[in-house]
Design a protein around this ligand. Structure first.
Ligand code: 26V
Length: 815
């Protein structure tokens, strides 16, 4: 028989129905007449998959024959979103599937809604990884995405008495049709124990690691389809399994719980995604997760992906491991261990190879977000890796001493090991030293990375540093999420913008076309109504059809300043209830929030509580005649984003300047025709430069101004005292009217703002309010607003993740 893949089912309604019924009968083991929605969804998923698999197998075969360099994307998070819609889009099966389901008496939309999205990430960093693998497949660049198959992804958020409560996300519970487990390709990963040094016959010292325990990594493969190009890459996520199911002796003696204890322990490693975003907790299990997936991935690539007997001196010709933040940085000493301890390389040669095989992306500017691991913990869990890190550090510090004779201060500043009561390994330094390139994720952040976060390193190796501005996939976030706008764009400029987003420039002339503007507005209105239908069904929310839709969706963090948004809302409410403005004279607004707080982040949870409290009070107040409404649907995720982003009029990107590394939501909104109100921060800077000052509402301190204010001794009270509107707003927020008469319930946030305000919300309040007034004025002229919205779409093609990938190829991977 032929060795190639068998043909997929026919690309027709009949072919689809036939394949679907086969999956339902033979895969699920049920008759259509007896099947549940879940049966139908699983069968549908497997059916669509059949159309992709041939391309996947062919891509794999093609990659194995060629000798192209592969991108090994190492990321602890992939926030993929639902797979079914993406697969239907990639295969152009949308209409066929719709008709086929109708013929079976089923509703495609209902089956789609059955899918629980794999929420294997926290926020921007995880979603970025998902966009990047999408773009690499679309560009037909060989890539393996490596990560962890968490059994529980990011928690499901609920609200109980306006406060966040977390529920485990058991996304696998109804079946997981998108994954291909390969238990036969298990990898053993060791932990703990000690090292032994011996001298071999040639008198060379050889170190071996004698570990104390181990676990197995089982790979689960996911297809990553390119956009209608037949190319399908692989995402390989690792699941931990105990090396021994249980201890038979203990089991036989009757202590069942004790017999499975070590199994439970080992399998905890891939149990749950850490919901902490930005502030590392130094938890042992998290280091276990990091080493677990990195060790599995390096082993998989070297032993199973490279041809047999591959000459490892040429490893950098075949792989570049991209480190998505510091989470996989332990891969650097791991590759050194493989080369030196297991493959017999001399240290220096191994080091040259290793440095060429890694590159590091830094996604933050907050010093507290840079991972450090206590030496004690790292040495206990990975004793050999700690030795290797010490040796890397010794050699590196020699280099520093040579470059800067007599500068002991610099030597201690640059050491991988931070001295102090608790010695710790600085993972960002290890990544910078052990990789060939370091990049930030937007121009401003890359500049601050060089000047403030890693200044000594950028002085020593100026050419190592580069910027690669983030991007988002136009397939999911424009074409799929906004089908009406997608169609309108295609009618105007043809279909190839989907894979060549700069072509959106062709829309610029249409901004001055009254007929096009009218169509554009109709699309926006339809998208709002689609969102409101969803929020009614999903959350029981009733929202007015016609109001400016003002959206702030992102993780809850003080630096992002959801509080500033809240102060704006309270100030408008104050305008109304004090009689300063009548409801009829106010530009009606609907505010939508979406935000999860890390479960242990106290202030973030207080902010959620107050947004809900303020929202409830405003929504129930008849006096304001519906001029303002607030919606905070629980559990914001990729699926909800796909409805929210296309509907928004105004995108809130209001972090304190110098704190948001890039932002990617900002890009999604602009591409979908929302105008941005934003600070001079992250990628906002680049969005504004592209769309033009007239089409962007800028406010707030610049990064140097914020720094200066902090250096001069920032006192939020002075702003409170000198600005009457601010005073009234904060007093109202603290009065108890939003919290059932209990002023103490709002005190934690209000007191924090008055006495500390670490992210200078009070300093930016006046400027923000003024900008919001400009927004109101602009919105009253709906033609001019729509013109700006169209120009936002036309001018933000730069933010395609396809462009980001080309930049990585040029400046990092193939440089
Ligand atoms: C850090 C940690 C620390 C330990 C606990 C778990 C955990 C999980 C994630 C992170 C990463 C925080 C950094 C991050 O998400 N950065 C965001 O990256 C986006 C993509 O580059 C960027 O757009 C956002 O501005 C940036 O905040």
């Amino acid at each position: 028989v032929a060795q190639g893949p068998v043909n997929p089912p026919a690309h027709t309604v009949d072919g689809f129905v036939e394949a679907f019924l086969r999956e339902l009968n033979f895969g699920q083991g049920v008759l259509l007449s007896r099947s549940t929605v879940n049966d139908q969804y699983l069968a549908l998923a497997r059916t669509v998959q059949q159309y992709l698999v041939a391309g996947w197998l062919e891509t794999g075969a093609r990659r194995r024959q060629g000798d192209r360099k592969i991108i090994g994307y190492l990321s602890a998070e992939y926030l993929l979103g639902r797979q079914l819609d993406n697969a239907l889009m990639a295969t152009t099966l949308g209409e066929i599937a719709e008709e086929a389901m109708t013929q079976c008496g089923l509703d495609l939309a209902r089956l789609r809604a059955q899918e629980i999205e794999p929420g294997l990430g926290n926020g921007g960093l995880g979603r970025l990884a998902a966009c990047f693998v999408d773009s690499l497949a679309t560009l037909d660049v060989p890539c393996i995405g490596y990560g962890i198959r968490y059994e529980y992804g990011i928690f499901r958020q609920t609200f109980v008495d306006d406060r966040q409560a977390e529920v485990p996300d058991s996304w696998l519970s109804l079946g997981s049709p998108w994954e291909f487990p390969h238990p036969e390709r298990q990898v053993r990963v060791a932990f703990g124990g000690r090292t032994e040094t011996t001298t071999d016959e040639q008198g060379r010292e050889r170190t071996t690691w004698v570990p104390a325990w181990d676990v197995l990594g089982i790979p689960y493969h996911y297809m990553v389809p390119g956009y209608r190009n037949g190319s399908v890459n692989t995402l390989r996520l690792w699941s931990a399994k105990a090396t021994q199911a249980f201890d038979l002796q203990i089991f036989n003696s009757g202590d069942y719980a004790e017999a499975v204890r070590s199994q439970t322990f080992a399998e905890n490693i891939s149990k749950v995604l850490y919901p902490e975003d930005s502030t590392p907790q130094g938890k042992e299990l998290r280091l276990q997760q990091q080493y677990f997936f990195v060790a599995c991935s390096l082993h998989d690539f070297i032993e199973n992906t490279l041809p047999r007997d591959f000459d490892l001196r040429r490893l950098p010709e075949r792989i570049i491991f991209q480190l998505n933040d510091t989470h996989p940085v332990i891969g650097i000493p791991e590759l050194m261990r493989i080369l030196v301890d297991l493959k017999g390389f001399e240290w220096d040669e191994a080091w040259d190879i290793t440095r060429e095989c890694f590159a590091y992306t830094c996604h933050t500017l907050l010093p507290e977000a840079l991972e450090v691991w206590p030496v004690e913990l790292l040495g206990r869990l990975l004793p050999r890796h700690l030795e290797i890190i010490y040796r890397i550090n010794d050699n590196f510090l020699d280099e520093v001493r040579e470059a800067y004779p007599g500068d002991a201060d610099r030597v201690s500043r640059m050491s991988i090991i931070a001295e102090g009561p608790q010695r710790a390994v600085r993972m960002a330094y290890l990544a910078t030293i052990g990789g060939s390139r370091v990049n930030g994720v937007a121009e401003l952040q890359s500049q601050l990375l060089r000047e403030k976060v890693l200044p000594d390193f950028s002085e020593l190796w100026p050419d190592k540093f580069t910027n690669i501005t983030n991007g988002v996939t136009p397939r999911r976030f424009l074409h799929q999420a906004n089908p009406l706008l997608s169609t309108l764009i295609t009618e105007a400029i043809g279909p190839s913008w989907v894979t060549d987003l700069e072509q959106l420039r062709g829309l610029e002339p249409y901004a001055d076309d009254a007929g096009f503007r009218e169509q554009f507005q109709a699309v926006k209105q339809a998208n709002k109504e689609r969102l409101y239908r969803e929020l009614r069904a999903r959350d029981g929310l009733e929202l007015p059809r016609h109001a400016m839709l003002d959206v702030m969706v992102k993780r809850l963090h003080e630096y992002k300043r959801q509080t500033l948004k809240l102060l704006h809302i309270v100030s408008l409410y104050d305008d109304l209830i004090s009689g300063d403005v009548s409801p009829a004279d106010m530009v009606s607004r609907t505010f939508v929030f979406g935000a999860k707080a890390a479960p242990g982040y106290y202030m973030a949870k207080e902010i959620i509580y107050l947004i809900n409290s303020v929202g409830r009070t405003i929504n129930e107040d008849k006096r304001i005649e519906g001029a303002l409404s607030v919606a905070f649907p629980a559990n914001y995720n990729v699926t909800l984003a796909e409805k929210v982003v296309p509907a928004a009029d105004l995108s809130e990107q209001i972090s304190l300047a110098g704190k948001e590394a890039s932002g990617t939501g900002n890009m999604k909104f602009a591409l979908n025709g929302a105008l941005t109100i934003g600070t001079d921060d992250g990628a906002n800077v680049e969005i504004r430069a592209l769309v033009g000052d007239d089409n962007f509402f800028l406010f707030g301190l610049t990064e140097p101004e914020a720094e200066q204010l902090r250096a001069d001794g920032y006192d939020p009270k002075t702003f409170y005292r000198s600005d009457e509107k601010l005073r009234r707003t904060l007093d109202l927020l603290g009065s108890g009217i939003f919290t059932g008469g209990d002023a103490s319930a709002s005190a934690p946030l209000v007191q924090n703002l008055l006495h500390d305000d670490p992210f200078m919300a009070l300093a930016d309040f006046r400027s923000y309010l003024d900008a919001q007034t400009r927004v109101d004025e602009a919105y009253r002229d709906s033609d001019a607003w729509t013109r700006s919205a169209i120009l936002n779409v036309a001018r933000t093609g730069f933010f395609s993740s396809d462009r980001s990938m080309r930049d990585y190829l040029d400046r990092v991977w193939l440089a």
